[in-house]
Each structure stands twice: as C-alpha cells, then as structure tokens.
Design a protein around this ligand. Structure first.
Ligand code: UTP
Length: 292
C-alpha cells in the first residue's frame, strides 16, 4: 500500500522580481487575496488534504511568514479583552499551525526551485511528500493537493498537476510529454523546463502542485543547473521517468498565478465574487467602477 502523504514543502525563498516594488521588503507569499495571505491559502489547501506537517523553505525578508503562523499574543489578548471582537479573535487564531508541526529552513541563496526543495531533504526523510508553490492560488473542492494525494494513492507513485496552456506560453512553464490519458491521469514520458513553443513536447504545463516520491532527492543531490542557470525541479523530475509510477493529473479547478500583477488582481476579484460574505458588495463595486 502507498505510504500516506503527511508532509508538505512550501518553497518561499524566491525573489519575486515580477512583483517589484511590492516584494522589495515583503515576501510575495504574504500578498493578500481578499483577507488572507497567499501562504495561508496554501497551508489550508494542505490541511484539507490531510497534510499537517510543513517545511517552509524561506530566505531573507521572509520573517513575516513565520510570524503569521505563530500566536500574535498582544493582538489576541487585546481582542479577547474587547467583548465584541470574538469573530476577529477566531480569525487570528485560525492562522496558526499545531506546535511542532512547522519547520522553517533557509535556502540562503535563491539557486532555483530544485535547490529550494532539496533544502527540505533532512526534514522529509524517505517518504512521499507534497510541494506547493504558494504564488499559484488554487480554488475549489476537493483541493488540488487533495486530488493529487488521492491520485498518488491510486497510482502508488509521483503525481504532478497540469493544465493545458496556449503554445506560446510554454517558455514560462515545465512542460510534460504524456501518454494514455485515462480519468484525468496520464503517464509522463518526458519533462522539459521552459521550452520554446517550437520545441515543447506538448502544451501540458506543470502548475506548482506536486506529490513526489523521495527518490527526487537522489537527483537533486547532484545540484545540476538547467534553464536560466538555476537548479530546476523539473530536471530532477525528468530523471524519475522510468522508475516508480509517475503521472500527470489534469487539474480543472480555479487557478490564479499570483506571481504576476494581473493574475493577482484576477484572484482577488474571483475569490471575492466566490465568497458569500463578499460576493454581493464586490459585484456592486465592479458595476460601479465599470460604469465609470
Ligand atoms: P518563481 O519562478 O515564481 O520565482 O518561483 P520568484 O523568484 O518567486 O518570482 P519571480 O519570477 O522573480 O517574479 C516559483 C516558486 O519557487 C520558489 C518561489 O518562492 C516560488 O514559490 N523559489 C524559486 C524558491 O524558493 N527558491 C528559488 O531559488 C527559486
């Protein structure tokens, strides 16, 4: 039987250059969609998939992430004293992780996503684990990570989430060559990071959600650089083809690339429109703005 997925790696050490100047002194993952930072959505996505242990791979200027999941003692004490702030107190308390269940390790130099994941190796050990890139916001139930975990239990190996992208966009993604798609799952036969459209083996793009077998660390150990001179996760994954089962899962829920300005704006509008407590007012606001 496949080993249960208990741990997630959240690489958050990137520089966020596409979102400057917002990310000059602040972590991209602390950018807020409606009322919670991106990193909280990623943690909640894991919890909904039964994952309770987290390895955050952080870097300089990312201290707020660690603070966000801790108790905010002064805030909580003040809210508790005010009789009418119970809902707010609950919101603040909800953004914590169980004691002992989070590890924060530093990547020190942003050498690439593959290197960031490798930094989590001592904390993962030899068991399957999830990787979530928190700047990709996934919306929907069951969550993308829950779907991946279920798929990995069926296939007994690694599974990565993919969507079809327009061919001219392949150079922004890891791209998978696949065969034999059945019930949204297809075997991966090739993987290439950021190929030019004319060289891409398909338009199936990896979107920042993975359930991986620990063998990936054996390949990341070599620290080989790839596209852009970075240590690429996709290159290590490509070396896993032919080993344990390795599948792509077609993801069809909501997905917003919050690493760029327009995707982030879209996420805010879409999430606000999708929530019962904000939908009506947001719709009215948009209508008013569009009327000019
Ligand atoms: P991105 O490709 O979005 O890079 O990384 P970035 O640096 O965050 O942003 P831009 O492109 O400069 O605007 C995808 C994910 O991998 C993490 C990022 O934090 C993000 O979650 N990452 C990337 C690392 O943790 N370390 C790295 O060296 C590179």
């Amino acid at each position: 039987m496949a080993q249960r997925v208990r741990k997630a790696v959240l690489p958050v050490a990137g520089l966020g250059t596409r979102f400057l100047p917002a990310t000059k002194a602040m972590a991209k993952e602390m950018l807020t969609v409606v009322d919670r930072p991106l990193i909280q959505y990623a943690v909640e996505e894991c919890l909904a998939a039964g994952i309770e242990e987290f390895v955050f791979v952080t870097g300089r200027n990312k201290g707020a992430i660690e603070d966000h999941f801790d108790h905010a003692y002064e805030l909580e004490a003040t809210l508790a004293q005010r009789g009418n702030k119970q809902a707010e107190l609950k919101q603040a308390e909800q953004a914590t992780i169980k004691p002992g269940n989070a590890i924060f390790t530093r990547q020190q130099k942003p050498l690439g996503l593959g290197h960031a994941v490798w930094c989590a190796k001592p904390w993962i050990g030899r068991e399957p684990f999830a990787v979530l890139l928190p700047d990709e916001l996934m919306v929907g139930t069951p969550t993308c990570t829950a779907q991946l975990v279920a798929a990995s239990e069926t296939t007994g190996g690694s599974v990565v989430a993919v969507v079809e992208v327009p061919r001219e966009q392949t150079k922004s993604y890891g791209i998978a060559a696949i065969k034999g798609e059945k019930n949204g799952l297809a075997e991966i036969t090739g993987l290439v990071e950021k190929p030019r459209p004319e060289e891409a083996p398909s338009n199936w793009a990896l979107i920042g959600r993975y359930v991986l077998e620990p063998e990936v660390f054996d390949h990341l150990d070599r620290h080989e650089t790839g596209a852009g001179g970075e240590i690429q996760l996709t290159d290590a994954l490509a070396k896993m083809i032919g080993g344990k089962p390795f599948h792509a899962m077609r993801y069809s829920g909501g997905r917003y690339d919050c690493g760029n300005r327009l995707g982030f704006l879209e996420a805010n509008v879409a999430v606000a429109l999708g929530r019962a407590d904000t939908a009506g007012e947001t719709r009215a606001l948009l209508e008013r703005l569009l009327k000019g």
